[in-house]
Write a protein that binds this ligand. Structure first.
Ligand SMILES: NC(=O)c1ccc[n+]([C@@H]2O[C@H](COP(=O)([O-])OP(=O)(O)OC[C@H]3O[C@@H](n4cnc5c(N)ncnc54)[C@H](OP(=O)(O)O)[C@@H]3O)[C@@H](O)[C@H]2O)c1
Length: 335
């Protein structure tokens, strides 16, 4: 066992019914059990992190807690033969940052089966620009392609397009020659989407229909939905026959009100995305794609890199839906 190391971490405390965020000193002895101790170089901000940081018990049951569902860094110590000190590695999802102390601390200790060796072709920083948001975008994009969505059939609609999952989805689609129609409710989000090369940008209101008609004019070749609720129900009414829709989020609502008609009259496929439990084999394959065939030349457009102090502010902005693109947390080890 290596000697204990003291390190800094963001910690969320529950005090008098309120959730308070502090940067504190911890020891590797305080970390949960696991085979591999990792010195974290980068983490990233995802919607789930903002929920965990603000006391959402659907994400994190027990406090005090260190959020951060993503981490990339260097193995500091390992009792598992597949990893040795000095290996560059990536951890996303599973229980990291939810019930296990996450990447908003300078060290994590996790089970070996959660860890991927750093994919060749990506730096530690680049893996976190993707992070869970980018991985989820990759999983959605992959499902679209497997279900037969090809660039020739017209625009693919992306909802929540200026957010983490949305903005990487937009890039993956454009990079492979798909036409994109992107939904955003903010000027700063629209500016990012224009910078990425999106020609068709819709206001949130243009992508919602609350009427009773089960089907509307078909417009979309496919849909990557990141928001759920009425926008997803509307996407089902407006996707072309044979089209495919992926869904991964619920920022616009967890309920889905629809009919069977999009499925039985237009043959649509609705595919759920669960990146947290994506099987290890597919996870590894998709990371390889992100590092090679799908590697984005414009990955850093819209990137904001912040320190531990800076991420606290970004959490607040994300809760107000004011973050655009990706926010990466750079720890001292990366400097
Ligand atoms: N299933 C999975 O595996 C998985 C993995 C990762 C994330 N997710 C989920 O995916 C969603 C997006 O995550 P993210 O990390 O990309 O979050 P994010 O960066 O906060 O992006 C969400 C975007 O949704 C839009 N939005 C917010 N409130 C909305 C509303 N009421 N109606 C319509 N649009 C709204 C915002 O864009 P504008 O303000 O520009 O409209 C925002 O940029 C979250 O629900 C998250 O929990 C799921």
């Amino acid at each position: 066992m290596p000697s204990p190391i003291s390190f800094q971490a963001i910690r969320i405390f529950e005090e008098d019914g309120k959730f308070v965020q502090r940067i504190i000193e911890r020891s590797t002895e305080d970390l949960p059990e696991g085979e591999v101790l990792i010195q974290v170089h980068y983490s990233s901000l995802n919607y789930k992190d903002s929920l965990s940081s603000s006391g959402n018990r659907g994400v994190t049951r027990h406090y005090p807690h260190t959020p951060g569902i993503d981490a990339s860094g260097i193995v500091a110590a390992s009792t598992d033969p597949d990893f040795k000190a000095g290996d560059p590695v990536v951890v996303t999802s599973y229980d990291l940052g939810m019930s296990i102390d996450g990447g908003f601390g300078e060290y994590i200790r996790v089970p070996a089966k959660w860890i991927l060796p750093l994919p060749e072709g990506l730096s530690l920083q680049e893996t976190m620009i993707y992070g869970t948001a980018g991985f989820t975008a990759a999983q959605s994009f992959w499902e679209l392609k497997v279900a037969g969505c090809i660039p020739d059939n017209g625009p693919v609609l992306v909802t929540g397009a200026a957010g983490g999952v949305g903005s990487i989805s937009v890039r993956l689609l454009l990079n492979e020659g798909y036409e994109v129609a992107a939904v955003s409710g903010h000027d700063h989000g629209k500016a990012l989407l224009r910078e990425l090369g999106v020609k068709q940008i819709l206001d949130r209101e243009e992508a919602v229909d609350s009427g009773n008609r089960p089907l509307l004019k078909p417009q979309w070749n496919g849909v990557i939905d990141n928001v759920g609720g009425i926008p997803l129900a509307t996407a089902l009414k407006t996707t072309k026959p044979g089209g495919v829709i992926t869904t991964c989020g619920n920022v616009a609502g967890a309920e889905l009100s629809t009919t069977v008609f999009p499925f039985i009259l237009r043959g649509l496929k609705l595919i759920g995305i669960d990146s947290q439990n994506c099987p290890y084999g597919l996870r590894k394959q998709l990371w390889q794609y992100l590092a090679t065939y799908w590697k984005l030349p414009n990955l850093k457009v819209g990137l904001k890199e912040v320190s531990m102090e800076g991420i606290l502010n970004e959490i607040e902005l994300m809760l107000r839906s004011e973050v655009k693109g990706r926010v990466v947390l750079r720890h001292k080890a990366a400097e």
